[in-house]
Design a binder for this molecule. Sequence first.
Ligand SMILES: [Zn+2]
Length: 349
Amino acid sequence: MMVTASALVLGLGVAAAVSAQQAPFSIGPVTAAAGTTATGTLPVPPAGGDQGTTLPISIIHGTKPGPVLVLTAGVHGQEYSPILALQRVLASVDPKALSGTLVLVHVSNMPSYLSRTIYYSPVDGKNLNRVFPGKAEGTLSERIADVLTRLVIERATHVIDLHCGDGNESLRPYSYWITTGDPAVAEAGKQLALAFGMDHIIVDRARPLDPKASIYLSNTAVTRGKPALTIESGGMARTDEDSIARIERGVAGVMKHLKMRETGPEPVAHPLFIEPSEVITSGATGIFKAAVEAGHTVAAGTLIGRITDFHGKIVQEIVSPFAGEILYVLGTPAISKGEPIAFVGAIKP
Ligand SMILES: [Zn+2]
């Protein structure tokens, strides 16, 4: 900030007070002055025959400078607990008691939300969390990713992508810690995971390093040098209090860790790091019935579930590849060959 002549005349105390006030913060058409909250929408204009969409966002802009923490919900449209948690964050965070800026993307995938689809967009059939950093001239999912990358993630110092089990996934809560890329960024990502407070942290060593092919939202931040986290809390298209409150608490923990607020929950005391972990995919199309629940402990070879054909004949028995814990498992019957059935992880000694 420039020191103005009047500030010099008024003396150092006033100059310090003036420099502590932040400039307004804008994303697209939404602008928040220091110490205020602004809400609005980012347009994703029509192209290629589709109607485009809008992304509802909020900017909670603190009085004092600090980190820019981006929180995204609804990348998958039937993942409701993060969407509801962000409504609470918006209502409860006082910009006048905040250092830095919170940017909330309340529903990142509006077409999927409005059509209640799992995994894939109803418009282009793509999984939004597989097309980052997106394409300005691409399909609707690719253009949403492009807007999120350019207008939101590029402005962040830290990013947390909030998920839960999709509408068909029964899940126990956990976070993904991305270890690839710059070691300092990875270490800061680990500290975010501890501050968020989930006791199961998946050690994720398989994310791409190329910022132009980052694929995932949180990895788009990491490949641009920004610490980021993906968390999962909730599932089965439910809106249970525990899953929502866990996210709200996690955000408060991260805000305290980043010194955006003075008070907040402590980091998780006894985290369990999960490695290896494996998504088990289906070898057949048909009707799935689980034999385990999320959170169950399994041995190598434990039956996870059976797939039958449409007349009831068993066509595949799915077993755990190693001893560990069921992190998620399908809770509904529909299954196509190649789709995820369950996610198993082992606790790292
Ligand atoms: Zn998701």
